[in-house]
Each structure stands twice: as C-alpha cells, then as structure tokens.
Design a protein around this ligand. Structure first.
Ligand code: PDD
Length: 285
C-alpha cells in the first residue's frame, strides 16, 4: 500500500481526497516535480526544489514551504513507503475556491500533495534494443520551461507515440528540435554530443544537466546549440533523458533506423557514466 501526504496529513493514497473546486482540477493550475529516489536517497533534490520554486514564482503562487520543510516531507514519504528505489511525485496547486473564476482567489491556500511509486527504469531489453519514437509538431504553449500540471498537450503528444506502438514523441518547432513529450532529447553527430539550449520552449531537465556535467567531466566533446530537424534525422545517435528513463537511446524515428538502428557507443558510455554517478552519489560508492 502506498502512503502519501496531502495538505498536512500522511495517509494511504486510496484515502486521499481533494475538493472538485481545487484549481488543479478545474484549470490545471499547479506545479509538479518527479524526483528519482535511489536507495531511499532523493537524487538532485536541491535542484528539483529550485525548479519547483521557479515554476511557482512564474505562476505567481507563493511557495508554501521552505526548502528544509520540503526536504523533511520528501524524506517522510520516502521512509513510509516500501521501495528502496522510488519515483517521488510532488504537486502544488493554487487550492480550492468557493466559485470558479479564472482570476486568482484572494485568499490563496495551496494544496500540497506528495506520493511515491516504485521507480521503474527502462528494462535491460529496452536498453539493448533502444526505444522507438515518432515525431510531431510541438504545438504546446510558449512557457514549456515551467513544470506545470497543465499537461494536456504533452499527454496528446505521448499518446500519439503510443498509438503507433512507440515510446516517445520527438518534438520540432519551426524546424528546430525542442524536446520529447516527457523527456529531453540529445543527438550525437561525428562523435560530438549536441543538446538544444535551454529556453522557454523546453523544460530545463535535471537529467539534461547531469548529462552535460558528465560529458564535461569525462572530456566528451559536446555543444549546446540549436538543432535542426534535418540534423536529428541524420544523426548518428538520438537519446531521450529524464528522471525515470535516465539515458535511453532512440533507435527508430518515424519508422527509420537512427544511425545503425541500435544504441550507439556514446549513449552506452553515457549510460555507464550515469549509473556510476548514481552509485557514487547515492550508495556511498
Ligand atoms: N518529465 N521535458 C519534459 C516535457 C518532461 O516532462 C520531462 C520529465 C523532461 C526531463 O526532465 P527531468 O530530467 O528533470 O526529469 C523534459 C517527468 C519525468 C514527468 O512528467 O513524469
């Protein structure tokens, strides 16, 4: 049984209830984070809490908790759940008002929710075969840098992949790569790792930062630059990264093989660096 936190109480997930007037429910007026937990230690917690704080600031929603309080709540939920490796979900909405009004309520009492699931990272088979992806036009709004719960566009774009038996949808806007429906996208060309620059058109991924740090530390040639759609289609390697998918090669895009149609050497190297980094940081070596 999964134990969650809702508005001041720790309780079984199945007993948790919120008002239908909650603005998260009515308007998708909320912020969230997904934090991987390895051996009961949250990975990059400070960075996730900093991203939450910047999403809340952009939403003009006062952060209901100081960083120490968030950290204590995360620890409590992690400790009270049965798995060593978890996917910790944290959400803040603008709370419930007595009437439906797009404008913010005068008294803001945010709803705070934390829950956890067993962390399911890509299986060995999927890592060995690589993932399949389709592409689509990125029709989301112009604040994709905010991690808000208004995710209808991302859901439609992910379902677009699932409908075609694929794992992810790679998004292009005006001929340039942005990201995946729920992941950051990297490519490799001629041994150089390329990443699109952070902007309002993509989420600043925590895993994205780790990958670029690992490239720098290990001397892997890498550049952050705008990436053309054609450059993705003719790349030697394409990867997706996220807190739950870690580093996963995409080996088919729109039905055509990427590079040689199997995970390339740079993705395998980065995956190994990522696992080693996790082990050092989370399991004390
Ligand atoms: N999604 N871009 C989008 C649109 C995402 O939804 C995510 C992650 C990422 C990768 O971010 P990070 O490395 O910080 O996980 C990029 C999470 C996992 C989700 O919505 O479930």
């Amino acid at each position: 049984m999964s134990l969650c936190y809702l508005n001041g109480r720790y309780l079984p997930l199945e007993d948790a209830q919120v008002s239908p007037m909650d603005r998260g429910f009515l308007f998708g007026d909320g912020a969230y984070e997904v934090i991987p937990v390895y051996s009961r230690r949250p990975f990059r917690l400070d960075e996730h809490l900093a991203r939450l704080a910047s999403t809340l600031a952009a939403m003009r929603l006062p952060n209901p908790h100081a960083e120490q309080e968030w950290a204590a709540m995360v620890r409590e939920v992690v400790d009270r759940n049965p798995w060593d490796d978890q996917s910790l979900y944290l959400q803040v909405t603008r709370g419930a008002d007595m009437r439906r009004n797009h404008a913010f309520p005068e008294v803001v009492r945010p709803s705070v929710f934390l829950m956890s699931e067993a962390l399911v990272t890509p299986s060995r088979e999927l890592r060995e075969s690589g993932a399949s992806a389709v592409s689509a036009a990125d029709f989301r709004w112009l604040r994709c840098d905010l991690k808000t719960t208004s995710l209808l566009a991302n859901c439609l774009l992910r379902q677009h992949a699932v409908d075609q038996g694929c794992h992810e949808t790679v998004l292009f806007r005006d001929g340039f790569l942005t990201e995946g429906s729920a992941s950051s996208i990297f490519i490799v060309r001629d041994g150089v790792l390329l990443a699109p620059p952070k902007s309002h058109l993509m989420l600043p991924g925590i895993t994205y930062d780790v990958v670029l740090e690992l490239a720098a530390v290990n001397g892997l040639p890498h550049r952050v630059q705008e990436i053309l759609e054609d450059e993705v289609r003719s790349a030697d390697e394409v990867w997706m990264t996220s807190s739950t998918r870690e580093v996963l090669a995409i080996t088919r895009l729109d039905g055509r093989p990427v590079g040689e149609g199997r995970p390339g050497p740079v993705s395998e190297q980065m995956h190994a660096w990522y696992q080693a980094f996790k082990t050092t940081v989370m399991r004390g070596g």
